[in-house]
Write a protein that binds this ligand. Structure first.
Ligand code: PLP
Length: 285
């Protein structure tokens, strides 16, 4: 259970952690976020997440709420106060509180910063990875800049809910040309019959996942065959393996897509090995 949150300069008991109703995150989804895995009480790949945060802030012209050094102190403090061994830390920056008006508020309006942390059930996550998950495909009807990690996640919410209602765990977005873009909160991967590990290039059509970036290093170091190219849904159905990546799930095998069994319908060796070895390649702080 979360015990404390950081809200605009203060560490507050979780139940008292509130933002103003005219926060632009609440009114317009005008903000960005990051999620880092916490393991052994340490942050995984904090540096890379902070680089991406700055990129998202720059893309939306939102000021950084504090220096990177101070932000790191806050992240670690929220993890410490919540006594998180295994879990995640979430941070959100919005354009701040201002009278509702679409245009940007006056420059002196301070961005809002919220940080929370929560434990995750490791046994449950490992059991899920050992079994693999089912996903459905849904049309990718998101805006054209999903490479910016904004809090405007309505299509992702609807996609995940559709998956749940169809007895699956997650949804993969498919663009108008039939290519898989990514999951509702994950990057999508397949392993072809020939053994190539394939994932879509990180253009504006997907979020450049930090887990994805670390996997690139791993795949190269392990001498696997990486192909960074779009793949179709048909290719995914016929793949030997499929999996998805995200900071809170690392590598999660996908064993069914739209009811089609992938490979032999069990987590495959590539996904299992990448999951097992991930933390040898990730940074800890
Ligand atoms: N794609 C989307 C849409 C996401 O929301 C996320 C994570 O939240 C990812 C991919 C995976 O990114 P990361 O590996 O940095 O967690």
């Amino acid at each position: 259970m979360s015990r404390y949150a950081y809200v605009n300069g203060r560490y507050l008991p979780f139940r008292d952690a509130k933002v103003h109703i005219e926060d632009r995150g609440y009114q317009f989804g005008d903000g960005v976020y990051e999620v880092c895995e916490v393991r052994g009480g340490r942050l995984i790949d904090e540096r890379r997440h902070m680089v991406r945060l700055q990129r998202s802030l720059d893309a939306l012209r939102i000021r950084a709420p504090m220096s990177p050094r101070s932000l790191s102190v806050v992240l670690h403090e929220v993890v410490r106060r919540n006594r998180i061994g295994y879990g995640n830390v979430y941070l959100q920056v919005t354009r701040g509180v201002a009278r509702r008006d679409h245009g940007f508020p006056a420059p002196q309006v301070k961005p809002s910063l919220v940080v929370t942390a929560r434990p995750l059930n490791r046994t449950r996550n490992e059991a899920l990875a050992a079994k693999g998950i089912a996903v459905i495909s849904v049309p990718d009807d998101r805006w054209g800049r999903v490479d910016i990690k904004t809090i405007g996640l309505l299509p992702n919410v609807l996609a995940r809910q559709a998956a749940i209602e169809q007895g699956a765990r997650d949804a993969w977005f498919v663009d108008k040309d039939g290519y898989v873009t990514e999951g509702a909160s994950t990057n999508a991967w397949i392993v072809t019959a020939a053994g190539a590990v394939v994932t879509r290039p990180a253009d504006h059509g997907i979020l450049r996942g930090i887990t994805r970036t670390v996997l690139f290093d791993m795949i190269k170091a392990q001498g696997l065959w990486l192909e960074e190219r779009p793949f179709t849904l048909a290719e995914a159905y016929a793949a030997r393996e499929a999996f998805m990546t995200a900071a809170t799930q690392i590598v999660l095998p996908v064993v069914r897509i739209d009811g089609h069994a992938i490979g032999d319908g069990k987590p495959g060796p590539v996904a299992t090995t990448l999951r097992r070895d991930f933390h040898l390649y990730a940074e800890q702080s």
